[in-house]
Design a protein around this ligand. Structure first.
Ligand SMILES: *[C@@H]1O[C@H](CO)[C@@H](O)[C@H](O)[C@H]1NC(C)=O
Ligand SMILES: *[C@@H]1O[C@H](CO)[C@@H](O)[C@H](O)[C@H]1NC(C)=O
Ligand SMILES: *[C@@H]1O[C@H](CO)[C@@H](O)[C@H](O)[C@H]1NC(C)=O
Ligand SMILES: [Zn+2]
Length: 449
């Protein structure tokens, strides 16, 4: 019997392998990735869109593949999500995983229920490599390589405007400018930035100037509860990130997560920039002890991260979303939508469609909505767990025209288009104390994130 069955089995297996193993587990170079993304976009044009958000210093395109039921443009109520890989050119696991994620999403759309629900409810943007020049310049060393930096030798995760530093107009690298322009062209809600050299999910803030955010060695943001939930979603959906002690001699990360500053402070990082200036909650994922692991490790890394990458995307549906409208139903742009007890450095504002998205854990929250020429309103909302149903709760705020001539608008303390600083005098002593402990770990670890 077995003899008769064997050829059938082989044929069947052969067919199965050829349809599911399109993308091989190896390091594709920049040209190959470009060809792959173009082929994906051709084959799945109804739910993908491919565009370049700019060029690297050496002129390589920064390709972004957008996936979703409406890939070409934002639709009201559909949140924008993104993954960014390979910001440090020698940290290559994220770049590989994002290509496999693209393959999984494109092959599963309209056949795999989980993928279908994600892509019907979310617009997903994937930038497999933010630093293609660094990748091309990289050798395969586990820890150090020049490929970390861009062509100008600049660490891109130190080159963003920083909310906690003095007002220096540092020149921005081409790759950083491309990201900043991208952030202002789309209203991203949730994001992750994929790195290597440790196994941990790290969340804002990465920096502090010794103000009220500094609490027992961590730099705590007003949305800390949400960030902890987001980081834990990743670490516990990952096969072993949450088990701690994944890399020899690395810090013991409880539950596989850490506050960025607590690990070690850094300025000019991308996650703080996303959160403070773009209202986009971003975390930093460290995905392998070795930054450039042997190719034979890649299938296992995909298996370990795949459920986490999917579960994290679904968190874009936390909390509440909707529009701010005036009494005639016209969307109000630039309205402040503030949640009591959460003083964001830059208050969240509605976009050009009058839309807001606010990631919150289930519970009751009081919102204050303020706009020029309108009466401000305060409403308490009871918010359920949106990810279960692939949609945040929808709630529109309707404002009445203000009868008084004095505009009732809470002014942010300083302009959020450039720098945000704590009130003068809040640093000094606290600052000194806060720097003492992390100093050692900073010098040891300054080349990780
Ligand atoms: C695109 O479709 C062609 C023709 O069916 C196929 O050979 C190729 O592998 C596909 N590529 C991708 C990336 O889906
Ligand atoms: C997703 O959207 C497609 C295209 O509109 C539709 O055919 C499909 O039924 C939807 N599936 C789910 C699970 O929402
Ligand atoms: C939220 O408020 C409702 C009443 O509006 C109450 O039943 C519920 O227990 C509250 N939930 C929490 C988490 O406080
Ligand atoms: Zn890194």
């Amino acid at each position: 019997m077995m003899v008769l069955f064997t050829p059938c089995l082989c044929l069947w297996l052969g067919a199965w392998v050829s349809t599911t193993s399109g993308l091989d587990f190896r390091y594709h170079n920049t040209v190959e990735i470009e060809q792959y993304l173009k082929a994906v976009n051709r084959n799945y044009s109804s739910f993908t869109h491919l565009h370049s958000i700019g060029k690297s210093v050496e002129g390589r395109d920064l390709w972004v593949l957008v996936l979703g039921k409406y890939p070409n443009e934002h639709k009201i109520g559909i949140p924008e999500f993104k993954y960014v890989g390979n910001m440090h050119g020698n940290e290559v696991v994220g770049r590989v995983l994002l290509l496999h994620l693209i393959e999984h999403l494109t092959q599963g759309y309209l056949s795999d229920p989980e993928v279908t629900r994600i892509l019907n409810s979310t617009r997903v943007h994937i930038l497999p490599s933010m630093n293609p020049d660094g990748f091309e310049a990289s050798d395969r060393d586990c820890m150090f390589s020049e490929g970390r930096f861009n062509k100008h030798g600049v660490d891109l995760n130190r080159n963003f405007p920083d909310a906690f530093e003095r007002d220096e107009e540092e020149p921005r690298e081409a790759e950083v400018r491309a990201i900043m322009d991208w952030l202002s062209s789309e209203s991203f809600v949730l994001s992750a930035n994929l790195h290597g050299g440790a196994v941990v999910a790290s969340y804002p803030y990465d920096n502090s100037n010794g103000g009220a955010e500094l609490q027992r060695g961590s730099s705590v943001s007003p949305d800390n509860d949400v960030f902890v939930h987001l980081a834990k979603t990743y670490s516990f959906s990952h096969t072993h990130m949450h088990k701690e002690n994944n890399c020899y001699e690395s810090k013991d990360f409880k539950n596989g997560i850490t506050n960025g500053y607590y690990w070690y402070p850094l300025s000019g990082g991308m996650q703080d920039y996303n959160y403070v200036w773009s209202q986009c909650l971003e975390i930093t994922l460290e995905l392998s002890c070795c930054k450039y692991p042997p190719e034979s490790d890649l299938p296992g890394l995909w298996r370990a991260n795949k459920p986490a990458l999917l579960a994290y995307m679904q968190q874009v549906h936390l909390g509440v979303k909707g529009q701010v409208l005036d009494s005639t139903g016209v969307p109000v742009q630039n309205a402040l939508v503030e949640v009591e007890g959460r003083r964001n450095l830059c208050p969240f504002r509605t976009d050009k469609n009058g839309e807001y998205y606010r990631l919150l854990l289930p519970g009751n929250y009081t919102f204050k909505v303020t706009a020029l020429g309108q009466e401000s309103i305060t409403e308490t909302l009871s918010i359920p767990h949106g990810p279960d149903v692939y949609s945040a709760m929808t709630h529109n705020f309707v404002l009445q025209r203000s009868s008084s001539s004095v505009p009732d608008v809470t002014q942010p303390t300083e302009s959020c288009t450039s720098k945000v600083r704590n009130p003068a005098g809040s640093h000094s002593v606290a600052l000194l104390a806060s720097w003492f402990v992390p100093l050692l770990s900073m010098t040891l670890r300054s080349l990780l994130v």
